[in-house]
Design a protein around this ligand. Structure first.
Ligand code: CS2
Length: 454
């Protein structure tokens, strides 16, 4: 970006002084910037809360953003048009491999909150770093890095803080706690005890549909705003954040921006994971098998829409508590998914299916079967995944080797092996494998315009 452009961006954000770093974030991606960065900018006390955000695997995002002083344009895109806002809450953008800076910031007494968007799959992989940490080498996983930072905080006697998971996992605070504890215990039981006494793990349900930025988005911001921003983010107008847990050293007044704090987060998590994310996964596989590219296109296909609605009917039977307003929520989802100006690519959602389906299909399938019903619509989510990976074996997945091994088997054994990857117990239950097996082939041969599927 030109110096002139940057100055104009700076003026636009009216950020004379940057907020001090009090939040450390792991996982500097588009979603972090459309969600936590937006909420922090809109908190009443935003001036007190700057975010230092670390990338995950690649340094590029940090480099581009650091050159813009952390500033970027958020484009809110609705059917009615675009609106543009410069976000200034990310005051430092850092390569995740810069462990020195991470340790420095996590051990600083003024750091009060660590937020995470590290992907669902990353919570299972922290222990991969244990041998490296024990050998005194640099950790490479987000949880390994987090534990190293917490160890430094303990050494510095910098006091308690809150870790806030913002990934699409049920009970994500406790999942983060367990992942961190496993590494810390292997490294030093004293550290594990310190974490137990000083680190609060907050669970959250996060929501804002945010596709990857494209070259067209960069060009559009240039045309509409009159400056060149190399790292804008396009998102939908809707956003939601439900949090549950304790912040021992305080937090931004995110409630000013609409965040909701609850005692029991489970009903909200399930509503989001099953209705929104579950529908996304169905559309990702069924939609691509039927020749569609985006969520809006897939939803416009009556066959895809019907399987989504059937899954919603099943899931809704097991959603209760809180203030869920399911009919309104479903109607809002149809509108959000139908926003055709947001090109949300099905290929992006399809990745890491074995982890996502555990959260999106399995709870509904188990609940339906416990109630004496077949759970056909939930089983169909697994069937469309199974049909999709049979013809797309290269799809990114944390269990890629298990999927490749399953793909070598005959169809019946293949489906059983895939289900075992998701849940060995369910795979052992009579009738489940057969049900998924029956539902799979019709999708394997399906293409748009060829009638209805089972
Ligand atoms: C999607 C989510 O990629 C996926 O798996 O289902 O990223 C979804 O867009 C967000 O959770 C929306 O809040």
């Amino acid at each position: 970006m030109s110096v002139d452009g940057l100055r104009r961006l700076n003026r636009a954000v009216k950020a004379v002084e940057k907020a001090p770093v009090r939040i450390v974030h792991l996982g500097l991606g588009a979603f972090h910037r459309s969600h936590q960065a937006w909420y922090t900018q809109h908190a009443g006390d935003a001036g007190d809360w700057g975010i230092a955000s670390f990338t995950g695997r690649r340094p590029d995002a940090a480099k581009v953003l650091a050159e813009q002083d952390g500033l970027f344009t958020l484009v809110e895109r609705s059917d009615a048009g675009d609106s543009f806002e410069v976000i200034g809450s990310v005051v430092e953008a850092i390569d995740g491999a810069n462990i020195e800076r991470l340790v420095e910031l996590v051990s600083a007494p003024q750091t009060a909150v660590i937020t995470l968007t590290i992907t669902e799959a990353a919570y299972a992989h922290g222990a991969d770093d244990l041998p490296r940490l024990v050998a005194g080498e640099q950790p490479t996983t987000p949880l390994g890095r987090l534990v190293l930072g917490l160890a430094a905080r303990r050494e510095a006697d910098a006091g308690p803080l809150a870790v806030v998971s913002c990934d699409n996992l049920s009970d994500n605070g406790n999942v983060a706690r367990a992942g961190v504890a496993e590494i810390a215990l292997g490294l030093d039981p004293g550290l594990a005890a310190w974490i137990d006494n000083n680190v609060s793990f907050v669970s959250t349900s996060v929501d804002r549909i945010t596709p990857r930025t494209t070259a067209d988005d960069v060009a559009l911001v240039g045309e509409q705003c009159g400056y060149r921003d190399e790292a804008p983010v396009v998102t939908e107008p809707f956003r939601n954040w439900v949090l549950s847990g304790h912040f021992p050293l305080g937090r931004p007044r995110w409630e000013d921006a609409g965040a909701v704090f609850v005692d029991d987060i489970e009903p909200y998590e399930n509503r989001k994971l099953w209705l929104l994310n579950g529908a996304h996964s169905i559309l990702a596989y069924a939609g691509q098998l039927r020749g569609h590219t985006t969520v809006a296109q897939a939803l416009g296909d009556a066959v895809c829409r019907e399987v989504v609605e059937e899954f919603w009917d099943e899931a809704a039977r097991h959603l209760s508590g809180g203030e869920l307003h399911i009919p309104e929520y479903r109607a809002a989802l149809l509108e959000r998914f139908g926003n055709s100006r947001i090109a949300h690519h099905l290929a992006q959602i399809a990745m890491d299916g074995s982890t996502k389906l555990r959260m999106r299909a399995l709870p509904v399938l188990r609940a339906e079967r416990a109630a004496g019903r077949s759970g056909t619509a939930a089983a169909r989510m697994i069937a469309v995944w199974s049909a999709y990976i049979a013809v797309n074996p290269e799809l990114q997945d944390p269990r890629a080797s298990g999927i490749a091994a399953a793909n070598e088997l005959s169809e019946g054994a293949r489906v059983a092996a895939l289900l075992r990857l998701l849940d060995p117990d369910l795979a052992g239950e009579p009738g489940v494998v057969e049900l998924i097996q029956e539902l799979t082939p019709v999708w394997a041969t399906h293409r748009a315009g060829t009638g209805t599927a089972a």
